[in-house]
Ligand binder design. Structure first.
Ligand code: SF4
Length: 199
């Protein structure tokens, strides 16, 4: 499949340059008209052409950041009491999905690992495996004192004293347990980090 379109350029001599291209650099309408199984390669080709044209992903990185931060798919690693607060956040009262946060069941469909509960060394390798199965870019939230630093069980021989000993953590949420509002606040903090992401 060849180039789908080219931006309009070449204003006449003496004419002021157009502030907005006459047609979009990415032909979204044309891409949307193709069949579902052809959508991904067609979109990839159009975006690759846009990158080559505008260089260094400077222009499209904010678009990816915008899309990513408004459609976080968390993988729920609920191990103990904090998991109940996570579940409550998705009920009618707090309605976490209004922020585009939609839990998924497979790590391959997720970009956010929310660890809530007491992580033991016995399950540590499972957590790392699930994290590694998530596609890039991905983020981790440690929700509650247990996930953050072991909580009341920190000195127990069997407890991991903080999930950041296993995977990189982007946002920590304090509390034993943190309320659903705190979890939503953690999500909004993560969205700020994604907004500022350069790569
Ligand atoms: S931080 Fe407190 S509420 Fe959360 S899992 Fe640990 S003991 Fe339970």
């Amino acid at each position: 499949m060849g180039r789908l379109s080219a931006p309009a350029t070449s204003p006449g001599a003496g004419a002021a340059p157009a502030a907005v291209p006459a047609e979009p650099a990415v032909p979204f309408v044309e891409i949307e008209a193709v069949r579902a199984k052809e959508f991904v390669p067609a979109a990839k080709e159009a975006l690759t052409a846009l990158v080559a044209e505008q260089g260094q992903r400077k222009l499209i990185q904010p678009v990816f950041n915008w899309a990513g931060r408004n459609s976080l798919f968390p993988l729920h690693w609920g191990l103990a009491c904090c998991a109940i607060e996570f579940a409550a956040a998705f009920g009618a009262r707090w309605d976490a999905e209004r922020f585009g946060v939609v839990p998924r069941s497979s790590p391959r469909q997720c970009d956010l690992l929310i660890v809530n509960g007491t992580v033991t060394w016995k399950v540590a390798h499972k957590l790392v495996t699930l994290y590694e199965q998530m596609p890039e870019p991905k983020w981790v939230i440690a929700m509650g004192n247990c996930a953050t630093g072991g909580g009341p069980f920190r000195t127990a021989y069997s407890v991991v004293p903080g999930v950041d000993k296993l995977v990189p953590v982007d946002v920590y949420i304090a509390g034993c347990p943190p309320r659903p509002e705190a979890m939503l606040d953690g999500i909004l903090e993560l969205e700020k980090l994604i907004r500022e992401r350069k790569e």
